[in-house]
Write a protein that binds this ligand. Structure first.
Ligand SMILES: Cc1ncc(COP(=O)(O)O)c(C=O)c1O
Length: 385
């Protein structure tokens, strides 16, 4: 049972089928002027249209990249070079793609806090906006699934004349993300998070947004990202975007939420000493983040793996020392609680029966671990993307 859709998702069969011809017979370079090249160029442009439709934007505003991480780096490094004096303002709970990029800049990285439910601390945000040069607030947190009010954060940034970016890599495909009437200048998405292939991402760049490319070279992607395109990956991303749009319309998201809620209520009732983390009313429909009193997350992961359940812990191993997750620390969790938390993330490929079985396995694993561990929390040894 794969309950780790926030780490990655299985590419849809339609995606794989659509990609194959662009790896075999239609291998030409989309920049070539002869017929073969033109056919490939049309496929790339069709995919661009499909991604644009998912976001409600124009096709020219989409730049294909080699990953979500590259999209983040492209946008933020561009503004680092273009924007004048001031801090890079982001949040304490961002993915490492944003945090490490910010740390590598020659300007102050200013981190806005969150409250115990994972929501932005608005007083802190207003205060820090005063000395910011540009801003990034994620759309949905990869660990807890908590939704950030990035639209409000964007409006407030624009009121100060600041460019605004959102890392929507966990949100796109898991909920509607429509950019019509938002104050967002740039947004990152990644195909493998919504049943597309790995190693292909996209960056939305609002028309007229000031921008300098990260990769220089042959001038592909209208000069915004040089390098011969990963055509099969781009075609796959386009199909994945079209399928995600369809799922948003056909009620699949509600079905995923129902599975997640059933799993969660069974575990909460059956295991005892379980805390649900993050704002339950404002989170991704697929994500359940739970802390288990007296259980080491690493031990639970091993027991669950043996039972055939794949999920994640949010703690990273840094410099040989086991560290509780920065997201949970920002939410004010004790080290002990942070080290006893697991993330279960569903997709439409799961079934209600799997959700029930996974809950039973979790209850059994918690009971087993508590009986041998006696409530002592040791180090956590697992990293979750
Ligand atoms: C919120 C967030 N940002 C960025 C990334 C990086 O995306 P990619 O794996 O496509 O580089 C991830 C992936 O885990 C993520 O969850």
């Amino acid at each position: 049972m794969d309950l780790d859709a926030n780490a990655t998702t299985r590419p849809a069969d339609e995606v794989i089928d659509a990609m194959m011809p662009w790896l075999r017979e239609n291998f030409h370079n989309p920049s070539s002027s002869y017929r073969g090249g033109k056919i490939v160029r049309q496929a790339v442009d069709q995919a661009r249209g499909q991604v644009a439709e998912l976001l409600g934007v124009s096709a020219e505003e989409i730049v294909f990249t080699g990953s979500g991480t590259e999209s983040v780096n492209t946008a933020l490094n561009s503004w680092d070079r273009i924007c004048g004096a001031g801090d890079f303002l982001t949040t304490r709970v961002e993915h490492s793609a944003v945090l490490r990029t910010g740390e590598a800049m020659n300007r102050t990285l200013s981190l806005c806090g969150v409250d115990a439910s994972g929501a932005l601390d608005w007083a802190d945000y207003v205060d820090l906006l005063g000395r910011a040069a540009f801003v990034a607030v994620m759309a949905a947190n990869n660990e807890t699934g908590v939704l950030m009010d990035w639209r409000r954060a964007a409006v407030m940034a624009h009121e100060k004349g600041l460019p605004f970016f959102t890392d929507a890599i966990q949100a796109v495909g898991k909920m509607p993300v429509n950019l019509t009437d938002t104050a967002c200048d740039a947004l990152a998405l990644s195909a493998h998070k919504f049943h597309g292939p790995k190693g292909v991402g996209a960056l939305y760049l609002r028309r007229g947004t000031r921008f300098e490319p990260l990769l220089h070279g042959g001038g592909q992607e209208s000069g915004r990202r040089s390098g011969t395109e990963n055509v099969a990956g781009i075609v796959g991303m386009g199909v994945a975007a079209a399928l995600a749009r369809k799922r948003q319309a056909d009620g699949s998201l509600a079905e995923i939420a129902a599975m997640r809620d059933d799993f969660e209520s069974r575990v909460l009732a059956g295991a005892g000493g379980v805390t649900r983390n993050g704002d339950a009313s404002s989170r991704l429909a697929n994500t359940s983040h739970l802390s288990f009193d007296g259980c080491e997350a690493a031990g639970l992961l091993i027991l669950l793996d043996e039972m055939g359940v794949a999920c994640s812990a949010g703690s990273a191993c840094m410099a040989g020392k086991q560290q509780p997750s920065h997201v949970q620390k920002a939410m004010g969790f004790s080290d002990e609680r942070a080290k006893s938390s697991l993330r279960f993330s569903f997709s439409h490929r799961n079934t209600p029966d799997e959700a029930r079985q996974a809950a039973d396995c979790t209850i059994r694993a918690v009971g087993k671990l508590r009986s041998v561990q006696g409530g002592a929390i040791g180090p956590v040894v697992v990293y979750s993307p």
